[in-house]
Design a protein around this ligand. Sequence first.
Ligand SMILES: Nc1ncnc2c1ncn2[C@@H]1O[C@H](COP(=O)(O)OP(=O)(O)OP(=O)(O)O)[C@@H](O)[C@H]1O
Ligand SMILES: [Mg+2]
Length: 290
Amino acid sequence: MPLPVIGQNPCEGPGEWPMRLLERTSFLETLSHYATDARQGSGRLVLISGESGMGKTVLIEAFQQRTANVRWLWGACDGIRTPRPLGPLFDIGMQAGGELAELCRRDATRDQMFAAFLAEADASATLTVVVIEDVHWADEATIDLLNVLGRRLGRMRALLLATYRDDELADDHPLRVVLGDLATQRATRRMRLPPLSEAAVRDLVGERDVDAAELHRITGGNPFFGTAHEVRTGRTAGDRGRRAHRRTSRSIAAVVAALRCAGGRELDQRNSRRGRRRIALQARAGTDGG
Ligand SMILES: Nc1ncnc2c1ncn2[C@@H]1O[C@H](COP(=O)(O)OP(=O)(O)OP(=O)(O)O)[C@@H](O)[C@H]1O
Ligand SMILES: [Mg+2]
């Protein structure tokens, strides 16, 4: 199996940049501040939350684009029934090479791997940014790793960015307890991505024949649905001809159809049952309202 490219998100591959990331400037600036803290020896664990499609991954990729002199190590949890224990640490180990990679290959003990990872994250002459994606799917050993890291990062020159869908954490999810513990650690910072405003959805819609206010209402400002719609309808002002002035129920129906499509196919790939349910409900509401 080919190894993931060093320094790139191995799950998503290189994104299409430059993309227009709306209403996230302040979050990028805050991440830059945390990177500065980490370079000075006050490492940070940043818990980046938001529902599926809210832009957690693209935020980190945008941060990567604008941050020089950093070594990036990416790991991700998988939404499968039996996730491999410490799956993200194996991703990271194979990118980092050296002792950690060797321990991964040997299936070493958990303590050995944790120790090697801590040493690796702190060792580089440049700042190391470790990304662990989708920790709502983390196995218990990975949750322990987050806990261990959260307690030690404050004295390390490393930045750990962990993403999760906060709307998919049941009350008894093991991650909840650890998030509570981590909240009291001085290295921990929380970042919750809010929905896009109506103005931003209007920006995404551009010249297309869609009522932005209605799209915002239907999607709840979730940028993924905004862009999914844009890709699927692909209609421009030029296409509209004489109908340019009309914002009819047909255009809303097109949005709803696009959202159904996104809900049924793309969200399915994202394993988000809750997301599919929500979009189906919103689509129904949109049809009725259109
Ligand atoms: N701020 C934004 N401005 C414009 N488009 C955005 C923004 N945020 C996200 N998008 C669009 O939504 C898509 C989904 O974003 P992303 O994959 O980062 O979501 P996510 O929060 O990581 O979702 P998941 O929990 O499913 O991994 C992006 O590919 C992009 O097209
Ligand atoms: Mg993501």
